[in-house]
Write a protein of this length. Structure first.
Length: 333
């Protein structure tokens, strides 16, 4: 048994999310079939997880479909779980002679209104709790995007909206437009955040937490597995780094300086009686601005280990945090 799951408000909203949550990127469909997804989600829920993160583009829509099938079978009370999806890239590029220009790499009104309907069908839900603009769109006025998201919420198809990997200036602009027109404001951002990727969360967004009440649902807390220590001797067979569809991660996973730093984190982890992965996850969760840390797991044993980060949180004394900072800060983007 792990420590009880803590819950935090999503920014300044009243919605409470489990500090550790379950994501579906890479794993759903690519590494787990329908029964595996259902089993993983059930185990997470039993541990107190109430937030399940998804996106239209994950596994080209199949991740949402598998999550929707699992939710239909698990029959949880709708108040007991929070589901997200993210929109930007689209699913169908059309053909070379007839490209689907309004369905790819955009946040225009037409795409967003149709994309949310398609996600609702795949997820088998009446509404999606959190919807994210998966990337900024420099070609669509932010005002058009803000109005579309406001309308989606007004139509009851979503409850809250936010952004993913937007700059602080873009988030502040969207918020100001919403405030000026009395529209639903962006509530949350989903940035990458881990020991080697810190500056956006800790510096760029620093004023947004107090100024607009921004909440964070952070992704890649283990740097795609680098912070588990398993890539210190190369790319193991069967690991995420060995998957052809995420080959773009390999250079980062084999970074010699960062792997050497992981070795130093392993020493700290041994002293605390935990794994380096648990230490890294606890470090992310320790930041009070983080509403929830999105976990990725392809096996139940991985999920159980990751949930053990809750036991490590109380052990992160100022001295331990200072040690970790001295190791990671010089290598962090």
């Amino acid at each position: 048994m792990h420590s009880p799951m803590p819950y935090r408000r999503l920014g300044r909203s009243g919605l409470q999310l489990s500090v550790l949550s379950l994501g579906s990127w890479v794993t759903f469909h690519n590494q787990m079939d329908a029964s595996g997804v259902r089993e993983m989600m059930a185990a997470a829920r039993d541990a107190g997880v109430n937030f399940f993160d998804n996106a239209e583009v994950y596994a080209n829509g199949l991740s949402e479909r598998l999550m929707g099938e699992a939710l239909a079978q698990l029959k949880w009370h709708r108040l007991d779980y929070v589901v997200s999806s993210k929109f930007f890239w689209g699913l169908d590029a059309g053909t070379a002679d007839k490209p689907r220009i309004n369905g790819r790499n955009t946040l225009n009104r037409k795409y967003l209104m149709q994309a949310v309907d398609a996600s609702l069908q795949r997820l088998q839900l009446d509404f999606i709790d959190l919807i994210f603009c998966h990337r900024p769109d420099p070609h669509t006025p932010i005002e058009e995007t803000v109005w579309a998201l406001h309308n989606i919420i007004e139509q009851g198809k979503a409850l809250y909206w936010g952004t993913s990997e937007w700059s602080a200036d873009e988030i502040r602009t969207a918020y100001a437009i919403a405030e000026r027109h009395h529209l639903h404001k962006p509530v949350m951002e989903q940035p990458q955040y881990h020991l080697f990727h810190r500056k956006r969360v800790e510096q760029e967004y620093a004023r947004l937490y107090a100024d607009i009440g921004l909440g964070l649902t952070t992704w890649s807390p283990l740097a795609s597995g680098l912070l588990t220590g398993k890539y210190r001797q190369g790319i193991p067979a069967g690991s995420r780094g060995a998957m052809p569809n995420v080959s773009f991660l390999r250079d980062g996973l084999l970074d010699a300086q960062k792997n050497a730093a992981v070795g130093q984190f392993e020493t700290i982890a041994r002293e605390l009686g935990c794994s380096v992965a648990q230490l890294a996850l606890a470090w992310v969760a320790h930041n009070p601005q983080v509403s929830t840390v999105i976990l990725g797991a392809s096996r139940l044993s991985q999920l159980q280990e990751n949930l053990g980060a809750l036991d490590v949180l109380p052990k992160l004394t100022p001295e331990v945090l200072a040690q970790m900072d001295a190791i990671s800060a010089p290598l962090a983007a």
